[in-house]
Design a protein. Sequence first.
Length: 295
Amino acid sequence: MAEMTEMTAQSRACGSARPSFAKANHSARTQRKHETMIDRPQHRRSSRSSEDMAKGKTASKRAAPTVRKAAANKTNETASKQTARNAARKPATLPPATPRPSRDEAEAAVRVLLRWAGDDPAREGLADTPARVVRAYEEFFSGYALEPRDILARTFSEVDGYDEMIVLKDIRFESYCEHHMVPIIGRAHVAYLPNHRVVGISKLARLVDAFAKRLQIQEKMTVQIADTLFDVLQPKGVGVILEAAHQCISTRGIHKPGVEMVTSRMLGTFRTDPTTRREFLSIVANPSSVNLTNT
């Protein structure tokens, strides 16, 4: 009986211990689950952070060619602008080398124009017109056969220290509008401030003609004269003014005779020094005191 009582007591003791052990196991599982739940967001955040970094690198790689392309475009644009500036300062030369039509082809083209105008190129008054027109065009456009820089090749340095302005004004010229091939008739005023080197005054007039005897627009012709003089002689400054009447607005289109166009280009001291500019403009504006009637 005593043994049974002892066994019952032990059984009760074991039974009372099981709930404590179960509670301990439940607490341990709960703690591990809680720790796992805490760790999971961090893992997801870490994964997302890695994904974001990977996406950022991919975006950077994708953006890199765009950035490089933009930089290349900017470089090309800068180079293009520099090329344009250099081209603007480079004196005009002959047109690109293309097969030049023969005289016979040119005369045949004139006959086509005469027929297009509604006349008969074979009639007596027009029979020799194609040949006359071609000969006239040889004179009108003789500037294409000239290299303007060569005109200024010979210079003089023995001027006894002369360092004041040299002006050649009222240089008459005839050119031809490149849009309508009708005359542009005007006068040029060319000046430069020498820097130890001067050129014969006839060369300035020849320089004007070399550019005038071409198909032109007045703005371009002004730049060409000034830039060539400045580049070849390398003076302290250059000033060029052109005044001209254009038959493209006086005899056709808007029909406004008597209108003059004025263009100018100032380089070196003529651009930077107001006194030099004013002196040049004053000389051009004042009528000449030289009597040219009998010369």
